[in-house]
Design a binder for this molecule. Structure first.
Ligand SMILES: Nc1ncnc2c1ncn2[C@@H]1O[C@H](COP(=O)(O)OP(=O)(O)O)[C@@H](O)[C@H]1O
Ligand SMILES: Nc1ccn([C@H]2C[C@H](O)[C@@H](COP(=O)(O)OP(=O)(O)O)O2)c(=O)n1
Length: 229
């Protein structure tokens, strides 16, 4: 079984590139950011105040989360309810770091992530020979023994432009400015609990600032090949 770990800041291309790499290699795909987003939505829907750290941790431990790992259709469900779209609203994005910096929440979600990585057939996906897992602490904490470990980075300008295009459909000055909080403030908050701007020992950095999407996928596949996976 193969494990490929990918970390990086917001807008570096982790989700889209990891999904494409998994599809090319016939591997499962785990979006750990979606788990922190689902935990946030679960707390909000349960009426738990996000600054009540003990109540948030208790709610997340009881959270009935199912993660799909098929890269062609990676679903996220809470109590059987498909929340793939609901976890990506700007309301969730604005507050997710509050939940992601709760250390008891991190313990619980890391435990679940390791269980999924160890059994990537979860959710009915039958690829069956490994997984690409992406997030902020996969190369360093969740799967430091992964067969290939990649830190995907890009300049602030490229990341803001990409996110702006994704969320607003344009990347003019106003839209880029409106994206700043979602990308840079969130990275600052998330950096207090994970290291994802500088590669740890043995982790290969891929800088996608001047690469298009396809070139970035190729660059990550090259790292995987060189790791003799
Ligand atoms: N190398 C690239 N060049 C241009 N656009 C990219 C590249 N990589 C990703 N994108 C686009 O940028 C946006 C953000 O990518 P995403 O995978 O969601 O990043 P992350 O998961 O790191 O936040 C998406 O719309 C994606 O298609
Ligand atoms: N392994 C992870 C993955 C995500 N997080 C946190 C950090 C982010 O603010 C949220 C959401 O992650 P996500 O990857 O969806 O963020 P992007 O919008 O793609 O940048 O979860 C984390 O702390 N650790």
């Amino acid at each position: 079984m193969v494990t490929i770990a990918v970390d990086g800041p917001s807008g570096s291309g982790k989700s889209s590139v990891s999904k494409a790499v998994a599809a090319r290699l016939g591997l499962a795909y785990l979006d750990t950011g979606a788990m922190y987003r689902a935990a946030t939505l679960w707390c909000v829907r349960s009426g738990v105040a996000l600054d009540d750290t003990a109540a948030v941790a208790a709610a997340v431990r009881a959270m009935p989360l199912e993660m799909g790992v098929d890269p062609a259709a990676p679903g996220v469900a809470l109590d059987g309810d498909d929340v793939a779209a609901a976890i990506r609203t700007t309301d969730v994005t604005a507050v997710v770091s509050q939940v992601a910096t709760n250390l008891d929440v991190r313990d619980e979600l890391r435990r679940r992530q390791r269980a999924i990585i160890a059994d990537e057939t979860v959710g009915g996906f039958s690829g069956g020979h490994g997984i690409v897992a992406e997030g902020r602490d996969i190369t360093t904490v969740v799967a430091p023994d992964a067969d290939a470990r990649v830190l995907l980075v890009a300049s602030e300008e490229a990341r803001l432009r990409r996110r702006s295009l994704e969320v607003h459909g344009v990347a003019d000055a106003t839209s880029v400015e409106a994206t700043r909080d979602q990308v840079l403030r969130r990275d600052r908050d998330d950096s207090t609990v994970s290291t994802f701007h500088v590669a740890a020992d043995g982790v290969v950095t891929v800088d996608s600032s001047d690469l298009d999407f396809e070139q970035t996928v190729e660059a990550v596949l090259t790292v995987v090949e060189r790791a003799a996976v």
